[in-house]
Design a protein around this ligand. Sequence first.
Ligand SMILES: Nc1ncnc2c1ncn2[C@@H]1O[C@H](COP(=O)(O)OP(=O)(O)O)[C@@H](O)[C@H]1O
Ligand SMILES: [Mg+2]
Length: 256
Amino acid sequence: MVLEFRSVTKEFTGRSGDFLTAVKDVSLGVKEGEFVSVVGPSGCGKSTLLSMTAGLYQPTRGEVLVSDRPVTGPNAHVGFMLQKDLLLPWRNIVENVEFGLEARGVAKAERRDRATAEMRRCHLEGFENHYPYQLSGGMRQRAALARTLAIDPEIILLDEPFSALDAQTKLILQNSFAGTIAESAKTTLLITHDLSEAVLMSDRIVVLSERPGSIVAEIAIDLPHRDQPLKRRVMPEVNDYAAQIFRHLRLEEKAA
Ligand SMILES: Nc1ncnc2c1ncn2[C@@H]1O[C@H](COP(=O)(O)OP(=O)(O)O)[C@@H](O)[C@H]1O
Ligand SMILES: [Mg+2]
């Protein structure tokens, strides 16, 4: 397993000293090259799971392992990408893509080679010398993906990377990300509140309950074209899978 959660519980202490259980007893394994999405209600602990994978938080109970090593602190083998691209406005795109390599002390020439290769893979060739403000929202997200991949992580974590984009940009970007990720063969954990996005992009979907988040269902997506969500999109099974996940979220009961 590239990623493993073993009975992970995470409690936070609020400002007034009260306990809040964000995640409860989550056990999950993600295999090499697998693409797993996590869906669940807002505040159920999805981002907390990613933060623990990146080593930004420690579990209260249980453990998180990346490539069989317990995560005990910020982990250089994990690439983390958020909804906001966090590109540095004063650096051009290739310098932004190089950023993680620079922090790791990679020499300038190698850094530039790797960043340029990742930019090509993310369809950003020719934009090396542009600045973030000169790029569209979709292109900035591709640059953020290139930066994430440039460090050659063992796993990539994507926390709602498409949620700020309009519907069509989103479809095109999902397709572009899926192709790039399949080509790089990276193990991926995606958080999304978009059920069809999860079906279009994943090998498997994990559904979490309301807080404290625990796993209520795991659904394997048995469809071809994981590298081309636009092809999956026209398949009738996509709606069946989305409906299945929707039922696990039990929204009608909550609305009643
Ligand atoms: N650093 C923190 N300190 C205290 N509470 C936190 C902290 N981080 C997250 N939480 C709480 O944990 C719960 C889960 O948060 P989060 O993982 O961000 O949910 P999601 O990503 O599913 O919306 C929320 O109630 C949130 O307020
Ligand atoms: Mg979140």
